[in-house]
Ligand binder design. Structure first.
Ligand SMILES: *[C@@H]1O[C@H](CO)[C@@H](O)[C@H](O)[C@H]1NC(C)=O
Length: 345
């Protein structure tokens, strides 16, 4: 009898939570309704968000298209640029597997028709490296030896583009939740078991001509290792920022602060939840068939979420955290991919 009443109690408790969830939290967890983190837009920053697709695929995968739609919805005042390689990146591509890898061409038309601020550029991505320190890596054929060709070209090109034109670079495996228009010279902190604290290169906001980027590109030419996936990505950025902004002297302290670098350049490193509320090694939490409500509370101070490896992640169910976010922040892409014969989001 005690057992039964206990079960009933638990059932009631869950029921109340479900009600709270659907009538209270879920409806407002939508673009522009969840509240903004930006209070005033940064003056002088380039008003563009750009993405890089370096594989040479003709069309985007649903989750890549979702990243673009969510940015376009939450940042209507920005130009959204999608730079897609005309040719596969030089070198050998990384091995990929898993769900969600089928490119979906119809989705790209929907994006450009529905969001006038989205523009797709098909181009030789390596042209962005010309006139930068990275030109030597290209011309010496270093990228031809790459064993992670998509990653390496993308790591290099994003920095060259930021240095040349400024703006906001986003990986194609994010969902943007809020306006990014107050961010300037900013990256995000991550913490992981391997290192105490680090900065990732999946979300980078920089003014045109920022000297840290120039320093970083010069460093890349020295440390480039064709067989190391991360060499010029997060590891390179951390090393460059260490040298240029003194990160190394801050053993054990919080990265989340304004760093004054050489010659008065600066960079703000935001707290982990800003862009990476769920760390890489816990990324399965995006894909579990259901998710606890508290996950949404964790996103209250997030500008966006990085879901990691969207191209080779687990299957997405409607009731997963990723499914929940996608239905709200990239509804057009989600609907189209639900309608296709095989739901392949
Ligand atoms: C950081 O750099 C920007 C751009 O150069 C500058 O406008 C700003 O005043 C700097 N902030 C500090 C606190 O030095």
């Amino acid at each position: 009898m005690a057992r039964l009443s206990h079960l009933l109690g638990v059932g009631f408790y869950l029921f109340i939570h479900l009600i709270f969830f659907y009538f209270n939290k879920a409806p407002t967890f939508q673009p522009h309704m969840i509240g903004e983190l930006c209070e005033s837009e940064s003056v002088g920053a380039e008003k563009r968000i750009f993405f890089i697709e370096s594989s040479g695929e003709k069309c985007l995968r649903p989750r890549q298209a979702c990243a673009i739609e969510s940015a376009a919805r939450t940042n209507p005042d920005m130009n959204i640029e999608v730079h897609m390689a005309l040719y596969p990146a030089p070198g050998i591509p990384e091995v990929e597997g898993g769900y969600g890898r089928n490119a979906h061409c119809q989705m790209m038309d929907i994006l450009t028709q529905q969001f006038p601020n989205v523009k797709v550029f098909r181009e030789d991505l390596t042209r962005h490296l010309l006139g930068t320190p990275l030109e030597t890596l290209l011309q010496n054929g270093e990228f031809d030896k790459s064993k992670f060709s998509y990653q390496h070209l993308s790591d290099a090109v994003r920095i060259a583009m930021l240095h040349k034109s400024g703006g906001i670079y986003l990986d194609l495996d994010v969902i943007t939740l809020r306006s990014l228009n107050c961010l300037r010279n900013t990256a995000g902190e991550v913490r992981s078991a391997e290192y105490k604290a680090g900065i990732e290169n999946g979300v980078l906001i920089f003014d045109k001509g920022h000297e840290l980027l120039n320093h970083y590109m010069r460093l890349m030419t020295q440390i480039y290792d064709p067989s190391s996936r991360e060499c010029i990505g997060p590891n390179g950025l951390l090393k460059a920022a260490g040298e240029f902004c003194g990160f190394g002297v801050c053993e054990g302290c919080d990265f989340g602060q304004l760093w004054i670098c050489r010659d008065n350049w600066n960079i703000t490193v935001l707290y982990t939840e800003a862009f990476y509320p769920i760390p890489f090694r816990k990324r399965i939490r995006f894909y579990e068939p259901t998710f606890p409500l508290t996950e949404l509370d964790n996103l209250q101070t997030s500008y966006l979420v990085h879901v990691y490896g969207s191209g080779h992640g687990a299957q997405v169910s409607h009731s997963s955290l990723y499914g929940f976010l996608a239905q709200r922040f990239c509804p057009s892409v989600y609907t189209v991919s639900s309608r296709s014969r095989v739901f392949n989001f």
